[in-house]
Design a protein around this ligand. Structure first.
Ligand SMILES: [Zn+2]
Length: 254
């Protein structure tokens, strides 16, 4: 895709291009960008929707699940007629209807470590929209190894959390954070989730990704928690875990 906007694109993204600090350059960076979204559930849906609408040139969606009735209350790209279809396929159709210029790669697989490593290396920003700790820790480890920015989101019950790893900023990684809450590994299946909470967090992941791609500052070394009961956000400063097996080891001189 060309790295300058044509007339139609200038019209389409006008309200975004108007923003001081974003400008034409910001939009052009989005058009040339690619983002990997791991997980096309409650977080991946709104994240992908906003990234496609914002004008990100290429999205790769990775999820091996099919759409089920119990997904529909929060996975807003899917309609009743999509039940039984692969999630990435149904999402791709919907995203293409929103923005036909956004190139979508749909991967209805669960990649092994080698495949995942290859995928991550081919993308500029990685969104972790998965729903289990093992996947999150693996995605984090590969992003640290490959020095790729990672935007990690999670939501359960009436709470959400948001974390960003930026390799060039010498910040803590997701493993530093997950080691603080031990082996806790709750899922929406057992614990439940209030629908708009995943929307809040997924949209925040898209916002962070857009800012990273456009070169705008993104807060790092912090955990942002959203409490849907009170509507409040809480920010916790984080530092590297001194024994982190992922980022501390990777930053040691060879
Ligand atoms: Zn770490």
């Amino acid at each position: 895709m060309s790295d300058t906007l044509n007339h139609q694109q200038a019209l389409r993204y006008n309200r975004q291009v108007l923003l001081p600090g974003f400008d034409l350059e910001g939009q052009e960076k989005l058009l040339c960008a690619n983002v990997l979204i791991m997980g096309m559930g409650g977080l991946g849906n709104p994240a992908a929707q906003y990234l496609a609408a914002s004008g990100v040139g290429h999205l790769t969606l990775c999820d091996d699940d099919k759409v089920e009735l119990s997904n529909l209350h929060r996975q807003i790209l899917f309609a009743e007629g999509d039940i039984g279809q692969q999630k990435v396929q149904a999402a791709s159709t919907r995203l293409h209807a929103i923005n036909s210029e956004c190139r979508i790669t749909s991967l209805a697989t669960r990649p092994d470590e080698k495949q995942l490593s290859e995928l991550i290396s081919q993308h500029q920003v990685i969104l972790d929209c998965t729903d289990n700790l093992a996947s999150r820790n693996l995605i984090n480890r590969l992003c640290v190894q490959l020095q790729k920015p990672l935007v990690s989101g999670a939501a359960i019950r009436m709470e959400g959390q948001l974390f960003c790893y930026q390799p060039h900023l010498d910040c803590p990684c997701y493993q530093c954070l997950s080691s603080l809450f031990g082996e806790q590994n709750l899922s929406c299946v057992e614990s439940g989730i209030l629908s708009p909470v995943v929307g809040v967090i997924g949209v925040m992941q898209a916002l962070m990704a857009v800012k990273l791609l456009a070169g705008l500052p993104v807060q790092t070394a912090q955990l942002q928690q959203f409490d849907a009961r009170t509507g409040q956000w809480h920010t916790f400063k984080l530092s590297r875990h001194p024994d982190c097996p992922v980022c501390v080891r990777s930053s040691q001189p060879f």
